[in-house]
Design a protein around this ligand. Structure first.
Ligand SMILES: Nc1ncnc2c1ncn2[C@@H]1O[C@H](COP(=O)(O)OP(=O)(O)OP(=O)(O)O)[C@@H](O)[C@H]1O
Ligand SMILES: [Mg+2]
Length: 352
């Protein structure tokens, strides 16, 4: 498969609304995915991610609204005619078929000749570096190998769209990180459009060209990983992507801004409305004896390359500060005073 770059399709969700009885699983769900793009749906359990994939794949019918592939509505196109490959969390390999038999299956379904099936299946297995295990049974494989077989099976018929629903969810962290890089590399080789579902924000930031953060059936924000990390538009997104300290703005008088947990301080680097919230990333704060904010150290947690300080601000609010660790950093004692500061530009204003 190494040299067969074929184009991905464009996908458009148009105001899809999907209900189960009185329960609304998707609401006003609109998004456009460009050909060859890697789009991720990220959100907590129950936010509607799988529902969106299932509507696109044809496992459930689209309620209201429409979905278009390459500009054509698929509402009446049966699943097997949509040209979509799928990878699920639990591999869902056929237990009584060999690795080769699993990968060959979609081609057999399409009525392809035996010789061509073999050539194509081997190519797909070569891509995931499992051509040496073609005759094994699924139960003779590790979790990572099973997931590679599932991936090979999903792309063997060269779909223009590939959907993946928490494909790495069952694997341990180290293996997840390895396979994340592989998935990205395979997608570049294949050139298909990907919609990927995860509730792991780190994975979403690593893999995606763009991602949509979902909550309760709604897309709360859609953008590049950098957009969402640097410019979250709501508390939900600010808290979901990376870690953030969220401070409620209690009021302002000139340059003096009062925030929950911080108390009134002078903010001259930028103007802030006198209500709403601000987010401040732990890694954008620095400990300094002249810091504007006075806190008490709850505990310092050692992370190897960094130290996380859990601080108590005014009104007992917990504040988190992360500092890169340089050798010989003296960790202050719990209970001692810690002052910190930050550049005013690193405050992110959140209207809600
Ligand atoms: N067949 C169904 N009947 C009734 N409710 C359903 C059905 N399928 C899903 N739901 C509900 O719709 C909501 C969205 O489900 P969905 O599976 O899309 O969530 P998800 O974002 O994929 O969550 P997870 O991360 O747990 O997989 C959930 O609250 C779920 O309980
Ligand atoms: Mg799901």
């Amino acid at each position: 498969m190494t040299n067969t770059v074929h184009r991905g399709s464009s996908i458009e969700f148009r105001k899809v609304r999907k209900t189960y009885g009185s329960f609304v699983a998707l609401e006003e769900f609109s998004m456009t995915v460009a050909p060859g793009e890697f789009m991720t749906l990220l959100g907590p359990s129950g936010s509607g991610k799988t529902t969106a994939l299932n509507c696109l794949a044809g496992f459930i019918d689209i309620g209201e609204g429409d979905i278009l592939i390459d500009g054509v509505s698929i509402a009446r196109v049966p699943t097997e005619k949509r040209g979509i490959g799928m990878v699920f969390q639990n591999y869902s390999l056929f237990p009584h078929r060999t690795v080769m038999g699993n990968v060959a299956f979609p081609l057999e379904m399409r009525g392809m000749g035996k010789a061509e099936i073999r050539t194509r299946s081997l190519k797909a297995l070569e891509m995931v570096r499992l051509d040496g295990l073609a005759d094994r049974m699924p139960h003779e494989l590790s979790g990572g190998q099973k997931q590679r077989v599932a991936f090979a099976r999903a792309v063997v018929f060269e779909p223009r769209v590939l959907l993946m629903d928490e494909p790495l969810g069952a694997l341990d962290l180290k293996l997840r990180e390895t396979l994340q890089l592989e998935i990205k590399q395979y997608q570049r080789q294949i050139g298909c459009t990907v919609i990927y579902v995860t509730h792991d924000q780190g994975e979403a930031l690593t893999l995606s060209d763009r991602l949509a953060v979902m909550e309760k059936g709604f897309i709360r924000q859609l953008g590049t990983p950098q957009d969402l990390y640097d410019r979250p538009s709501s508390r939900f997104v600010a808290e979901f992507i990376g870690s953030n300290n969220i401070f409620k703005v209690l009021g302002s008088q000139g340059a003096s801004v009062s925030m929950e947990g911080i108390g009134p301080i002078e903010i001259t680097g930028r103007a802030l409305p006198s209500a709403g919230y601000v987010a401040l990333r732990p890694e954008h704060m620095r400990r300094t004896p002249q810091g504007r904010v006075v806190t008490r150290l709850e505990q310092a947690v050692f992370f190897g390359n960094s130290i996380r300080y859990v601080l108590t601000g005014a009104d007992g609010k917990e504040i988190s500060l992360i500092e890169p660790r340089t050798q010989g950093t003296q960790m202050p004692e719990p209970g001692s005073e810690v002052r910190f500061d930050f550049d005013d530009e690193s405050l992110i204003y959140l209207p809600e």
